[in-house]
Design a protein around this ligand. Structure first.
Ligand code: NAD
Ligand code: MG
Length: 360
């Protein structure tokens, strides 16, 4: 089997470390580059076997230098946008964990993907599930995509109860162990909002045909409804190594030593509706997605600013959604013609959000 050279961006993070575990265990995968934002990479103990190691700086120059077969983009936030566009434009297989880049860059990313002609493989568990349920199906046989949401640590709470939740409460995710930013996004349901927009761009399905349903045990990773009424679902224990392995191993499906579902024990497959009044970041994402242009970019940018402020203890939990709503009200959302336009739209939404958080 030919060796695949992998560039791992965001190597020190939650996804990055699980990816290293997978890559280290596979003879056919070789790390050619590792990058982090600011955390030292030495702690990972593997820099000697890797030709390109970088902390901070430009992902693009690193990727140009190492010429990978696969880019695993596990950077958090808009900071991952250059790497996503680089891989798509150059036709290099992109294993995408960094959903924020696809949300923000949507149209530019799809155009770059069309020009580059490479593979775009989702690492997000829901989208990996959808990708697998959709593979080989005729587009006109599909009625809708159904994204599952665990509901996060605050499922069932009222808005009044959410006013006083702490950072530690928000980080205590019931089913997944993840980085801090995505953990807060899961608590506000912004993560599901980002995933809704991500699904739209990945699969070319209109927003009206993408449903979101709460499924507290995270066993069903997502489903596809077909026009004959049949639903195909992807089930498994919640373990990100499975979608990481699927994306890195594609089109093979190498073995993963993850806990197996014990069907005979009985599965808790409850589903319930999302409480969109208590968790407005999901309907706000849908509205931003439907608006199009740079509205999703602004949604993401304001959310990043607000989540950081929440994690710094500068604002309360409910102010995260208020900040995003206010920013979306103030931007015009006109489309980005190129990356410069996109970076400007991102910066504008960030500064609106910042001004709101730090009144003059
Ligand atoms: P994390 O915070 O644990 O790690 C983020 C990584 O990105 C770190 O290595 C950090 O050094 C790096 N980074 C930050 N800024 C950077 C920059 N400017 N340039 C280069 N690298 C930078 O985050 P995570 O939980 O691993 O999530 C990573 C991405 O994967 C996010 O987009 C998240 O939404 C997505 N994702 C994560 C999970 C999960 O289980 N953790 C699941 C699905 C999707
Ligand atoms: Mg997900």
């Amino acid at each position: 089997m030919p060796v695949k050279r992998v560039a791992l961006l965001g190597a020190t993070g939650s996804i990055g470390r699980q990816a290293i575990e997978i890559i280290s265990s596979r003879a056919e995968l070789e790390l050619c580059a590792i990058m982090s934002g600011s955390q030292p990479i030495a702690a990972l103990g593997l820099e000697h076997g890797v030709s390109h190691v970088q902390v901070g700086g430009s992902a693009v120059s690193l990727l140009d230098a190492c010429e990978p077969d696969v880019v695993l983009n596990a950077i958090v936030g808009f900071a991952g946008v250059d790497a996503t566009l680089w891989a798509l434009e150059n036709g290099v297989t992109l294993a995408l964990a960094n959903k924020e880049s696809l949300v923000a860059a949507g149209e530019l990313a799809v155009a770059a993907h069309r020009r580059g002609g490479g593979l775009l493989l989702p690492v997000d568990s829901e989208h990996s599930a959808l990708f697998q349920c959709l593979e080989g199906r005729a587009p006109d046989s599909i009625e809708s995509l159904v994204l599952t949401a665990s509901g996060g640590p605050f499922r069932g709470r009222t808005t009044e109860e959410l006013a006083s939740v702490t950072i530690a409460d928000a980080l205590a995710h019931p089913t997944w162990s993840m980085g801090r930013k995505i953990s807060v996004d899961s608590a506000t349901l912004a993560n599901k909002g980002l995933e809704l927009i991500e699904a739209h761009w990945l699969f070319g399905v209109p927003y009206a045909s993408i449903e979101v349903v709460v499924h507290p045990t995270s066993i069903v990773h997502s489903l596809v409804r077909f026009r004959d009424g049949a639903l195909l679902a992807h089930l498994g224990t919640p373990d990100m190594r499975v979608p990481i392995s699927f994306a890195l191993g594609y089109p093979d499906r190498p073995a993963v030593a993850t806990a197996r579902l014990d069907l005979a024990q009985g599965l808790d497959l409850r589903f319930e509706a999302v409480d969109e009044r208590t968790f407005p970041l999901l309907p706000l994402a849908r509205a931003a997605g439907e608006q199009g242009g740079t509205a999703p970019c602004a949604y993401n940018a304001a959310n990043e600013v607000a989540v950081e402020a929440f994690l710094d203890g500068r604002i309360g939990f409910l102010e995260i959604a208020d900040t995003v709503a206010a920013a979306l009200d103030q931007v015009d959302g006109s489309p980005a013609r190129d990356l410069d336009d996109l970076v400007a739209a991102d910066a504008e939404a960030r500064s609106i959000a910042q001004r709101r958080l730090v009144p003059a």
